[in-house]
Design a protein around this ligand. Structure first.
Ligand code: ASP
Length: 339
């Protein structure tokens, strides 16, 4: 594994097309890592996402990004991230170049990532990139004149997912309002499953690290959080505990964030098979949890949450997906200088 560390601060694009608000705080910037977001930025993102939700409820589609074009460049499979970015752009009146099957593009002829990025930015105003290699989004941002949004870089980060996850926690538990801002203090958040390869939990725990929360990391011993990440989290205020069983922390959890064992990151299929159902959440599990606890999952689920959990009001994962669109609308409006 490379020793890539996400960049501090915000990479800024020098590109300033006519008609955009140059004073918008995220204008022209790439979103590569959650490390770019300070607590005050979260209030800002959530404020815009909240407005987006209201607007979609009221009018469905509106023209904030009319005339803007997004390139959706996916080198790995995606359902929610790709389609919610497309929906977000279209709800805002913009259009999308979808490149979901890189094998039908010049990538299959051996084109390099920098060349593909520099090509797409000739046509689009912003590029959403998912790539199997950690650090790929930062590499793309280094050559790009237009904003790059990291939609998952291997086992590295998935910043937009973490933002929508945090938005969901805050909304579901009544910890955010545009008037009072965000306050998660005192919450216990339990992250469960493949913490080694799961990029969503890497980004989410980084985002939670500077807050007054308790983070329980529950996984099979071989799928623990990477050591470098635990060291990094230790510099924050969040109290962290690593466990290999859920029961000791279930009853005290406000959030149970479940992840899939990341099959595509395993070289040893037998090892994957032995771990894939190490934890299964079902209706029975929830009898031992708080009535107010929420269950989240970035999806796809492949057996970690039984279908009998779905009717339980604590199952928040479909609401979480919907929030993804509002948060991605907010991020697109921000980097394109309209929020
Ligand atoms: N969809 C999420 C991701 O791209 C979670 C997963 O695939 O398990 O990281």
């Amino acid at each position: 594994m490379t020793s890539y560390r996400p960049p501090e601060g915000r990479p800024t694009s020098p590109h300033l097309p006519f008609g955009d608000r140059r004073d918008a705080p995220w204008y022209g910037q790439s979103i590569i890592s959650v490390r770019q977001f300070q607590p005050a930025d979260l209030d800002y993102v959530f404020g815009v996402a909240h407005e987006m939700r209201e607007m979609v409820g009221r009018v469905g589609t509106f023209d904030l990004l009319k005339g803007k074009l997004l390139a959706n460049l996916f080198y790995e499979p995606s359902t929610r991230t790709a389609s919610s970015f497309m929906a977000a752009m279209q709800r805002l009146g913009g259009t999308v170049i979808p490149i979901n099957e890189v094998r039908y593009s010049s990538v299959s002829k051996g084109e390099s990532l920098p060349d593909t990025i520099r090509t797409l930015e000739c046509y689009a105003d912003c590029i959403v990139l998912r790539h199997p290699q950690m650090g790929a989004a930062a590499e793309a941002a280094a050559v790009a004149r237009k904003p790059i949004i990291n939609a998952g870089d291997g086992v590295g980060e998935h910043p937009t997912q973490a933002l929508l996850d945090l938005f969901t926690i805050a909304i579901e538990l009544g910890r955010y309002s545009p008037r009072t801002g965000l306050d998660l203090s005192g919450l216990t958040i339990t992250l469960l499953g493949d913490l080694k390869y799961g990029r969503t939990v890497h980004s989410l725990s980084r985002l939670l690290a500077p807050m007054d929360v308790r983070l329980n990391f529950v996984s099979p011993p071989t799928l623990r959080m990477p050591e470098h990440l635990m060291t990094e989290l230790a510099t924050g205020t969040a109290r962290t505990t690593e466990l290999d069983a859920l029961d000791p922390v279930l009853a005290d959890s406000d959030v149970l964030y479940v992840t899939r064992v990341q099959k595509e990151r395993f070289e040893d299929v037998a090892l994957y098979e032995s771990l894939k159902h190490a934890f299964v959440i079902d209706r029975q599990t929830l009898t031992r949890a708080r009535d107010t606890m929420i269950v989240m999952h970035p999806f796809p689920r492949v057996g970690e949450i039984a279908y009998d959990v779905d009717p339980d009001p604590r199952a928040a994962y479909f609401r979480q997906m919907e929030n993804g669109m509002y948060v991605r609308m907010a991020l697109l409006a921000m980097v394109l200088g309209k929020a």
